[in-house]
Unconditional design. Structure first.
Lengths: 144, 63
């Protein structure tokens, strides 16, 4: 996986090359983050027999990978042009708002026992991701 | 905001992609500006004015 590139390097690249490179970097760090998260669950149960110290260390590594992923996303956003940034901002705002409102409503339904199943954080993550995707598609169409 | 980007681009026989590359933005952004769906920032407007050798007011007009 590629490390962060310095400004002089990025300035030599065309916009398309720079964006492709930023997307690849984000995809790479996202994969590392996901694998490290899966490893925490899998390893805790099957690899290190529930040793709390190892699990804690793996969670710390997962957080480090998550921070790297966030930095890669920030770099990707910084490399976009102003309209692309606007579309992203609007999509992220909607996803954040929907996640907050939907998340608390979902939690309330779960805690009051109205939901017939157990509420999972992964449901909320999928809901936020889908909201973001729909908002992105709408945003792109809006400015076409 | 109205603008003359399409006319200025056509005078130079540039495609939207050509202009986008010169201004370091996406073709979709040029398309949105030309159609009046998106107003460029001041730095991008200055960049366009330098590229065409015109003032910002020559390119962009307030409606």
């Amino acid at each position: 996986m590629e490390g962060f590139i310095d400004m002089s390097d990025s300035q030599k690249l065309s916009r398309r090359q720079r964006n492709q490179r930023n997307h690849r970097r984000l995809a790479g760090y996202t994969l590392v983050w996901l694998v490290s998260l899966a490893l925490v669950y899998f390893g805790h149960r099957y690899l290190w027999d529930g040793a709390a110290l190892v699990t804690t260390a793996m969670v710390v590594l997962n957080i480090i990978a998550g921070v790297a992923m966030m930095m890669a996303n920030k770099k990707l956003l910084a490399g976009l042009d102003e309209l692309e940034q606007k579309v992203q901002l609007e999509a992220m705002a909607l996803a954040l708002g929907a996640g907050l409102v939907g998340g608390f409503a979902y939690s309330a339904l779960s805690q009051t026992g109205v939901l017939p199943f157990h509420a999972e954080i992964s449901h909320l993550a999928v809901f936020i991701a889908l909201t973001y995707l729909v908002a992105m598609v709408k945003g792109v169409k809006k400015y076409q | 905001m109205k603008n003359r980007l399409k006319v200025l681009r056509a005078e130079r026989d540039w495609t939207q992609a050509d202009l986008a590359e010169r201004l370091d933005v996406s073709r979709q952004t040029i398309n949105a500006i030309e159609k009046g769906k998106f107003d460029p920032s001041l730095p991008l407007a200055f960049k366009a004015s330098r590229l065409f050798g015109l003032t910002i007011e020559d390119i962009f007009q307030d409606e």
